[in-house]
Design a protein around this ligand. Structure first.
Ligand SMILES: *[C@@H]1O[C@H](CO)[C@@H](O)[C@H](O)[C@H]1NC(C)=O
Ligand SMILES: *[C@@H]1O[C@H](CO)[C@@H](O)[C@H](O)[C@H]1NC(C)=O
Length: 262
């Protein structure tokens, strides 16, 4: 089965070569956004290459390719902002500011646990493996490594390390997380391209579209429904910097302090 998926993905990635987000994110732009990712101070030095970013994006042809030009740029800016916060090496007085230090880390530094939900029988943890945050989106938990690996053609439960030692797989997991609906959560993609349709429960929970809802999808349990904390502000800071780089507005609902988490 895994082989079949791998085959499918390989074929698919070649098939969609006609569209590339490199038309909106040039190598120069990528390096101006992630100004310090290859510094000696960054543990992910030389890992997150532009080539892997572009190649991985081709497995998800709707990413950055849905809606108007402004919508496409806003989605890309939001994605780059969220992966920046997840991997940031920045601090308040950092050179070039706190929002110039995305993609500095490839794995979680002091994980609190192995992130194994042993009640999940569909994606059982492999003995001795840790499902800590890895890669641009800091994929974590067995119930994310399992389905990500299945979709992308690697054994996420047995070989979670693949996400931190193969930059193509690393970027693919980030795009996979962004593009995949995981009910009751919508996909981050659908939210940023205006295709999200809130349910009655969503409306009662103030979960209306915007960058803040994407934060809710990614880590709302810890960051949303409370007065805006540093993590949410950091995500917004990256987004504002990148939106301005792409010369596009951020849209409404940047934070999630009045949203109930899922
Ligand atoms: C990368 O991860 C795979 C899967 O866990 C592992 O087999 C391999 O030894 C790792 N390679 C390096 C260079 O760490
Ligand atoms: C929805 O937002 C309003 C403020 O705009 C707030 O008073 C209310 O408590 C929020 N509802 C929920 C369920 O968080």
């Amino acid at each position: 089965m895994a082989l079949l998926f791998l085959f499918w993905c390989t074929l698919f990635c070649f098939a969609v070569d006609s569209f590339s987000i490199s038309s909106l994110v040039s190598k120069e732009l990528y390096h101006s956004i992630f100004l310090h990712k290859d510094d000696n101070a960054c543990p992910a030095k030389d890992f997150y290459t532009y080539e892997s970013f572009i190649k991985a994006s081709k497995c998800f042809p709707r990413f950055g390719n849905t809606g108007s030009l402004a919508t496409r740029k806003r989605e890309i800016a939001a994605f780059l902002a969220q992966i920046s916060h997840e991997t940031t090496g920045g601090w308040a007085t950092a050179p070039d500011g706190p929002f110039a230090w995305g993609l500095c880390f490839k794995e979680e530094v002091s994980p609190q646990s192995e992130y194994c939900d042993s009640t999940n029988k569909q994606w059982p943890c492999y003995p001795g493996k840790s499902y800590k945050g890895r890669g641009p989106i800091q994929l974590s938990w067995n119930y994310n490594y399992g389905p990500a690996g299945k979709a992308l053609g690697f054994d996420g439960l047995k070989n979670p390390d693949s996400v931190s030692n193969n930059s193509l797989i690393a970027f693919k997991t980030a795009f996979w997380f962004w593009m995949t609906e995981n009910k009751p959560k919508p996909s981050c993609h659908s939210v940023m391209v205006g295709r999200y349709v809130p349910t009655k429960e969503d409306l009662a929970a103030n979960r209306t579209a915007g960058f803040g809802l994407v934060t809710n999808i990614i880590n709302g349990g810890l960051e949303c429904g409370i007065p805006t904390d540093g993590r949410v502000a950091d995500r917004i800071g990256f987004f504002q910097r990148y939106a301005s780089t792409f010369n596009v507005d951020t849209g409404p609902n940047l934070d999630c302090q009045y949203q109930k988490p899922y």
